[in-house]
Design a protein around this ligand. Structure first.
Ligand code: FE2
Length: 331
């Protein structure tokens, strides 16, 4: 399959990944993880929901935790530039026979809800209630000092389909992983905001939310937050890393929250926004060698949060990633 050409004149202007909405079973446990350990700022909370933001964010929330009977992802949120773009989005999706509905969301402006080409729930807004940006309010910083949301990663049964759908919406391919000697991408990194990722698609039963990623400012904080996790009873929640990515080059650590939802803390993304920026291609065999960290456990590849009301579909062809278990068995 060819890599689609970028669409420089998209039907409406999406500016960035905005927020994730997760259902959790026990808000107090979630608060201990996200606020006391990771260091998110609480913008609002009540008995049914917790609205969180990073210290560099002036928007009301980039992570919403809602009390629910099952751990589910409700949707991933994107920002559009203007109200006009939301109207254009409504027109575009309706024409594409993907019914888009206006929905009420606390602390957000007008919000449009739609399922993407493979059924992943998305919501778009152009405005959100404003809150103080606490980036230089050091007394408010603790844990890993999450700065801002950066991207989502979804597992999907047809990566090529999503690549084409999101390219039509104006997303640009920054990096991709393809089988050695072929040009069929099976792991794609797409962006709108000018750094390598806003949304990433990897092969797997889905659509399911693999992780939401938040940037942190300093590399020592990867180790500090892991130390803190161990002391606070969250040692088992550290899933993978600290390590360094191939695609994107960032340092990372993946953690599972008390409901099993996965977040990534990462740093140092580069910028890519020029018209002549070409996607970076990675051979599967090269990525498999990683950098200096051991491979991820099998669970990192296969486990993800189901979207509420969306039945995952298996991919036609199952991958065979190098897992920690395989690596150890081969030694
Ligand atoms: Fe990520």
């Amino acid at each position: 399959m060819p890599i689609p050409k970028p669409n420089y004149t998209p039907p409406f202007n999406i500016t960035r990944a905005s927020h994730a909405v997760l259902h959790v079973k026990d808000l107090a446990k979630s608060r201990a993880f996200y606020v006391d350990l990771i260091g998110f700022i609480v913008s609002d909370e009540d008995t049914d929901a917790l609205y969180l933001r990073g210290v560099a964010e002036a928007c009301h929330h980039s992570l919403v935790l809602k009390r629910g009977s099952e751990p589910r992802a409700e949707c991933v949120g994107m920002r559009c530039f203007s109200e006009d773009d939301l109207d254009k989005a409504k027109f575009y999706f309706d024409k594409a026979q993907l019914p888009a509905l206006w929905v009420e969301r606390p602390h957000q402006g007008r919000t449009l809800r739609v399922n993407d080409a493979l059924g992943a729930p998305l919501e778009f807004c152009a405005t959100m209630e404003r809150k103080p940006r606490l980036v230089v309010s050091f007394k408010d910083h603790h844990g890993a000092v999450p700065q801002r949301i950066d991207h989502f990663q979804l597992l999907v049964p047809d990566v090529q389909h999503e690549l084409e759908f999101y390219t039509d919406l104006g997303f640009r391919l920054s990096e991709y992983i393809a089988a050695d000697g072929a040009d069929t991408p099976h792991f794609v990194f797409l962006q709108r905001k000018g750094n390598p990722h806003d949304i990433v698609f990897a092969p797997g039963a889905g659509p399911r939310l693999h992780h939401a990623a938040f940037s942190i400012p300093e590399s020592y904080l990867f180790f500090y937050v892991c130390d803190l996790a161990a002391q606070m009873g969250f040692a088992e929640n550290v899933e993978f890393g600290p390590g360094r990515h191939g695609p994107g080059h960032a340092l990372f650590v993946y953690m599972r929250d008390p409901d099993g939802h996965r977040i990534e803390l990462f740093n140092t993304h580069y910028q890519c926004m020029d018209i002549d920026d070409e996607p970076v291609r990675w051979d599967t065999s090269y990525v498999g060698k990683r950098n200096w960290q051991l491979p991820a456990r099998a669970m990192w590849f296969s486990e993800a949060s189901r979207f509420a009301g969306v039945e995952p579909r298996e991919p036609g062809k199952k991958g065979a990633p190098m897992t920690l278990e395989k690596y150890v068995a081969a030694e």
